[in-house]
Design a protein. Structure first.
Length: 369
């Protein structure tokens, strides 16, 4: 046999010995663990008991879900041409281009401090008492109990101080503002989920998860209403203002025209038997009133046309925002099952004690060698 053949034969035997030793050691360790079955079983039962206790004490999580469709007409088209013609005449019918309040930006609007704070300050009625959602959040999270030793926190009032421009207003307070910042951050991170289930569709899904069923449902409804109303108002604010300005101008010119018509008629009625040599008493006032009426009539026609174009633009820029599904009691409940807790607790405890026994034996072997 050549040297190469002998070397290959030795390598094969070495591999066979190594595999044999591996199997023997595996069996040896397995027997060792079986010899400790009482300890492993005891720890497994202890882990199962801890898992059962955890499943019993852990509060369920309630999920309130609202889905709505948001569809916006893209810029351009026939109305865009009308707006271009109107701009040539010096009339602004509102922008039809993009902006920050467009498309998927509403998803980030749901996580903004302004919207979350406005929602938390919304008043609710429960058990005959009027509270805010913020006070309800403090109650079911046990924050008021944690603040027993901090009287400066218990003295804080978490209700709006006034109503300004339709928004609930809080006076600046450093301590209260810092707590609000922490609570808003917690809700944005752990309670509120806003996403589009399918990017190809215009459907948006809003989930609110909380340990309190009433809070989850009420907060979900309030945040959807506040954000969607704010989105619609902001999206159409410029066009709506143009319509209001155009409407006031139209009403003003119409009033002047009607006044001129009544003035001409009143002048004629005031001189029923006019002396032919005194025509100036009737002709001049009547013609002046008629001229004013005709001039305002022409202006009114142009204003009415522009007003209708402004209304069309407002309709075009108003997105379709329609709620599809709303949260209904009882809400979806996500709990930790007792059987699941026993099984997982037993497996984890058993794994830990086995690992501990193996490491302990390895340590003894190393120290003895």
């Amino acid at each position: 046999m050549t040297k190469e053949g002998q070397q290959e034969s030795l390598n094969i035997k070495s591999e066979e010995i190594s595999l044999k030793e591996l199997i023997q050691k595996t069996v040896d360790w397995w027997r060792y663990l079986l010899s400790k079955w009482v300890i492993i079983l005891a720890f497994g039962l202890l882990g199962g008991a801890l898992g059962f206790w955890y499943a019993t004490t852990k509060k369920a999580i309630y999920t309130a879900t609202t889905t709505f469709v948001l569809e916006e007409e893209k810029s351009g088209g026939g109305l865009g041409n009308l707006a271009g013609l109107a701009s040539m005449a010096g009339v602004d019918l509102g922008g039809s281009g993009g902006g920050i309040f467009q498309g998927d930006n509403i998803l980030e609007l749901y996580k903004s401090r302004k919207m979350l704070q406005q929602t938390l300050l919304s008043p609710i009625q429960i058990d005959g008492k009027v509270l805010t959602l913020l006070e309800r959040y403090i109650q079911f999270n046990g924050l008021d109990k944690q603040w027993v030793e901090k009287p400066e926190l218990l003295k804080l009032k978490f209700r709006a101080d006034s109503l300004m421009e339709g928004n609930l207003y809080l006076k600046p307070n450093r301590l209260r503002d810092s707590l609000l910042t922490a609570i808003v951050g917690d809700i944005s991170k752990n309670y509120l989920i806003v996403a589009k289930p399918d990017k190809k569709l215009s459907i948006i899904k809003v989930d609110v998860k909380a340990k309190d069923e009433f809070f989850a449902k009420t907060f979900n409804e309030a945040i959807v209403k506040n954000v969607n109303d704010f989105y619609l108002q902001t999206k159409t604010k410029k066009s709506l203002k143009n319509v209001q300005i155009m409407q006031r101008k139209t009403d003003s010119v119409r009033a002047v025209m009607n006044g001129a018509i009544y003035t001409a008629a009143a002048t004629t009625d005031a001189t029923p038997n006019l002396n032919p040599t005194r025509q100036v008493q009737r002709v001049a006032p009547v013609q002046r009133a008629q001229f004013s009426a005709e001039a305002n009539k022409a202006i009114l026609g142009s204003l009415v046309q522009n007003l209708e174009m402004s209304k069309l633009t407002l309709m075009k820029e108003t997105p379709l925002l329609e709620v599809i599904d709303q949260p209904v009691l009882p809400l979806k409940k996500e709990g930790f099952g007792k059987i699941k807790g026993i099984f997982i607790g037993g497996i984890i405890a058993g794994f830990i004690i086995c690992l501990f026994l193996i490491l302990t034996r390895l340590f003894k072997i190393i120290m003895n060698n």
